[in-house]
Design a protein around this ligand. Sequence first.
Ligand SMILES: Cc1ncc(C[n+]2csc(CCOP(=O)(O)OP(=O)(O)O)c2C)c(N)n1
Length: 368
Amino acid sequence: MKDVVSPIDVRSYTNMASQAPDMTRVVGLDGTVEEDVNLSASDVENMYRLQVLARTFDQKAVSLHRQGRIGTYAPLQGQEAAQVGAAYALSPDDYCFPTYRDHAIYLTRGHAMRDILLHLSGAGNYVDREDAEGLRTFPPTIPIATQLPHAVGVGMASNYKDDDCAVLASFGDGATSEGDFHEAMNFAGVFETPTVFFCQNNQWAISVPRERQTASATIAQKAQAYGFEGVRVDGNDVFAVYRAVTDALERADGGEPILIEAVTYRQGAHTTTDDPTKYRDETEVEAWAKKDPLDRTREYLESEHDWTEEDEEELRKEAKEHVAEAVKAAEAHEGYDTDAIFDHVYAGEHPRHERQRAAVPENPQVER
Ligand SMILES: Cc1ncc(C[n+]2csc(CCOP(=O)(O)OP(=O)(O)O)c2C)c(N)n1
């Protein structure tokens, strides 16, 4: 097995080992330190603001589900840095394919929180139908890994059209066991599509731990089999993620796909219908809580940007108000556009859809 590349032969962006507050330092496995992540003071604050907003939204969404005010919800707590850092690196022209857990990607891409809540209550689908051509952030995918061939296809189309943009496709560690993942990686390698495969390795796929998912030492190394680079990044370090994705987008734009493994942790349940105490140990959760992405960004702001207790209180208050207004706006929405369930599944009409459309009651209401 001489030709097998060593598992650590993947570039790595991390400062996880040191836990140092200086998070703009990106340290490679070879010990080289890259100081500059090209972020202004307002970008740094904005990336913290988005993480706090995402967590405030997340906690509210769990509680809304408990009260029967939204449907099943997939919490993102613990993954804020991975999602904000990745989405922050994208330009408005880049395409993005998120999953059901990527609420912070949508918020960072500028989606209204109200619309996310409408989607979660079955009354919206993220897509501006008037502007299908302008669609850059796709609706969340629930069937695991099915967005990956789509993302590669969009990249191939952009190559044909000679568009100057890249495509970021987000997915979890569990998705790497799906055929769609491998087919997409293979196509990307052969056709040199501008694809950034962004894996949030949150250590669990519902109740299946990372070590039962794959015998590979890292997820990043899987890229080597498809002829392109894989990198690992400390997924709880918003600046390291931003840096890794920025580098990747640049390379992807030049025709080199790349796989990023953002090492992070799902602090909460898989969804609001899951009970993780049935399958995972509390000590593991506590250990990861010490690497909480928000705490780490805040420590950095305190030490490098004179972030004060008052700044923190004001930010938390603003985030709560933002969430409260979004909930109010979403709940003021009346009626359900049931046609949206069927639109965009096929390019045209389908006889089965005709029958299903006819079976849906007119303007159903949810009791609150
Ligand atoms: C094709 C398919 N198979 C199974 C499922 C059921 N399912 C929903 S989430 C999930 C685990 C996914 O884990 P991972 O990819 O690591 O993402 P995470 O939920 O941890 O963000 C599974 C198996 C599904 N949605 N789609």
